[in-house]
Design a protein around this ligand. Structure first.
Ligand SMILES: [Zn+2]
Length: 309
């Protein structure tokens, strides 16, 4: 009777262990197609993790999972002999050795009776016995991807190992935090330095700008002065009136024909003042057209005619 009770207790414990291995650590639902694992070897359905992350409802025991990057995909090897009709839940009679997953190297079932580990580098899962065989080679037996010892994650580790893992995790967190703080201080210092440099440059530029402006004003003043002087030199000898600088220095020399006409006009005036108008005007008329026949303007002809009458 005592022996039967002991056997029953052991059987129940085994089933609990098995359930732990084949159920999602978040929801206790059977593991499905997409499975992930965290740093402590807990196994989850990926959908459950995503849901908790999106809805921000991650339970306290799993708040080390802050993003999907804190878990990695697991690839179990399917047990071809596994009966799909078997249900995986605690207390199911005769299902102790049945498991949908097995070790690809040793064929041992994932049922809580054997220790299993996963490779973070590729996600493939091996029994610890199988893993021993490939550790020396450091290449995954399934996908041949190289792995380091630090890539090995013990799945559902015993309490003492889990404790060590948690301590290690906390230390790493502290280190990361200190590093971030250091980085932040460095960033602030770099920014301050950059700001100082920018400020210095601005000040220099402003100073330079002022000097350039001064030089420009000076140059402009010089140019203006030079212009003034040139103007004065041009105007001074002939025209005392600076408002009319373009006025020619001397009266331009008239062409010979014009000079003749002017002379004739002058002599006509003298003639008209005399009493011997008819005779002398006739001579003058002749004189105009003999000296400047092509140049005599019409008004002059009129004057002459008027005088002759
Ligand atoms: Zn692999």
């Amino acid at each position: 009777m005592v022996k039967t009770k002991k056997t029953q207790k052991k059987s129940d414990e085994s089933l609990v262990k098995k359930a732990r291995w084949l159920a999602c650590a978040l929801t206790n639902q059977p593991l499905q197609q997409r499975i992930v694992c965290d740093a402590f070897g807990n196994v989850f359905n990926k959908e459950a993790i995503l849901k908790c992350l999106i809805e921000k409802t991650m339970p306290e025991g799993f708040n080390h999972i802050r993003s999907i990057k804190d878990v990695f995909d697991l690839h179990f090897t399917r047990n071809q002999k596994y009966d799909e009709t078997q249900q995986i839940h605690v207390g199911m009679e005769g299902s102790l050795l049945d498991s949908p997953f097995e070790c690809p190297l040793t064929g041992k079932p994932v049922n809580g009776q054997h220790a299993f580990s996963a490779l973070r580098s590729c996600g493939h899962v091996f029994s610890d016995k199988g893993l021993q065989e490939i550790l020396a080679d450091s290449n995954c037996f399934v996908c041949q991807k190289h792995f380091r010892e630090s890539d090995v994650v013990i799945l559902n580790p015993p309490e003492d190992v889990l404790f060590e893992l948690r301590v290690k995790f906390l230390e790493q967190m502290k280190e990361k935090k200190a590093e971030r703080k250091k980085e932040k201080v460095k960033d602030t210092k770099t920014k301050e330095k950059a700001n100082e440099k920018t400020k210095e440059k601005l000040e220099k530029d402003q100073q330079k700008g002022k000097e350039v402006d001064k030089e420009k004003v000076k140059n402009e003043a010089n140019t203006e002065k030079a212009k003034e002087e040139t103007k004065k030199r041009k105007i001074a000898p002939t025209d005392p009136n600076p408002s009319n600088p373009k006025k020619p220095k001397t009266t331009p020399q008239q062409p010979p024909n014009v000079r003749n006409v002017m002379a004739v006009s002058s002599s006509l005036n003298q003639i008209s003042q005399s009493h011997d108008l008819k005779k002398q005007s006739s001579n003058a008329y002749k004189s105009i057209f003999s000296t400047a026949p092509s140049f005599a303007p019409q008004y002059l002809t009129g004057i002459v005619k008027g005088v002759i009458k």
